[in-house]
Write a protein that binds this ligand. Sequence first.
Ligand SMILES: [Cu+2]
Length: 106
Amino acid sequence: MRTSQAIAFLLLSLLFAQAQAGEHVVSQKGKAFAVKKLTVQQGDSVRFVNDDPFAHNIFSLSDAKSFDLGSYGQGQSKAVVMDKAGTVDVECAVHPDMKMTIEVRK
Ligand SMILES: [Cu+2]
């Protein structure tokens, strides 16, 4: 049964890939990030969850990762893959006091 073996291999490969690249969840609540500092491995993703009843617009201008998630409301989330080692300073375009730092390690 070569087809079923191929499918089994594919599924195992997908599971292994998921186990290798982690996802870190960071909540935004009370106009603040749940954590101020986060260390992740290169290739991990960080999911930003809006737990406030108003919109946030998470972004970064850092060399290690530059992104702009746009404005999104309560209960919504967006993920960013940290594909380059370095320091990523994360901010919110709506609330200038919201800041956090992500260290991406090789
Ligand atoms: Cu905000």
